[in-house]
Design a protein around this ligand. Structure first.
Ligand SMILES: N[C@@H](CCC(=O)N[C@@H](CS)C(=O)NCC(=O)O)C(=O)O
Length: 223
């Protein structure tokens, strides 16, 4: 049996979508974020020392695995070779690229954006507040926002010519890219100026397996 250790409102939702597409037997163990800090509960550290979600365990291989990209690669290798392009084909390199790009390039400025937004509203002595706000705005304007914009434009251009990230075939790269893109749509970072990303997000969100995953995963603000 595969167990997914799932945190509400998190990247882990894309693993539920994949598990549904694979049609394998699996169970979900639910973890709730702290409502104030939005951090994961300590109990997740009993499963993996870093205490982040997603994490899976698989009784068939005895493995415990964290990191969405590695989990997707593992599940596809074990249970869904149809979601991986043929080794060393052009699509395979695209698959590798987008599988890494999602967490390696796109998520870091998005997480930074969240942190700096929080910094602007965090409780602090009143005389520090204007300085903190100025610093946060400066970093957002000079680094974070331009980086997010550049990457979204790049993705928009790619999706103008591709149904899925690697072409005509739904692959692991799509599960991995789904979270930052749907979160960006939900947070208003992607408007009408990104029609191909909009269409792409609607396309995967309307799949039966995605919807089934949504019904099973509990609270999720990005769909
Ligand atoms: N790169 C990791 C990131 C894992 C991660 O940061 N997960 C978030 C959920 S979206 C988390 O567990 N946050 C709670 C915490 O940091 O306490 C992955 O893709 O799996």
């Amino acid at each position: 049996m595969i167990t997914l250790h799932h945190l509400n409102n998190s990247r882990s939702q894309r693993i539920i979508w994949l598990l549904e597409e694979l049609g394998v037997d699996y169970e979900i163990k639910f973890y709730q974020r702290d409502p104030v800090t939005i951090l994961a509960p300590k109990s997740l550290r009993d499963i993996h020392p870093l205490g982040k979600s997603p994490v899976i365990t698989d009784d068939a291989s005895g493995i415990t695995l964290a990191e969405s990209g590695a989990i997707i690669e593992y599940l596809i290798s074990q249970y869904g070779p149809q979601f991986k392009p043929e080794q060393a084909s052009e699509q395979y390199w695209q698959y590798l690229y987008w599988l890494h790009f999602s967490e390696g390039s796109l998520m870091p400025p998005m997480v930074m954006r969240l942190v700096f937004m929080k910094m602007k509203t965090a409780p602090m002595p009143f005389f520090i507040k204007p300085v903190a706000k100025m610093l946060a705005d400066k970093v957002m304007q000079s680094f974070v926002s331009p980086n997010i914009r550049n990457q979204l434009k790049y993705i928009e251009a790619h999706l103008a010519n591709h149904t899925w990230f690697c072409g005509d075939q739904l692959t692991g790269a799509d599960f991995q890219m789904s979270f930052p893109l749907e979160a960006s749509v939900a947070r208003g970072l992607i408007g009408d100026d990104y029609p191909h990303i909009q269409k792409y997000v609607k396309t995967f969100q309307s799949r039966a397996a995605y919807q089934a995953g949504l019904a099973k995963g509990g609270e999720y603000d990005y769909a």
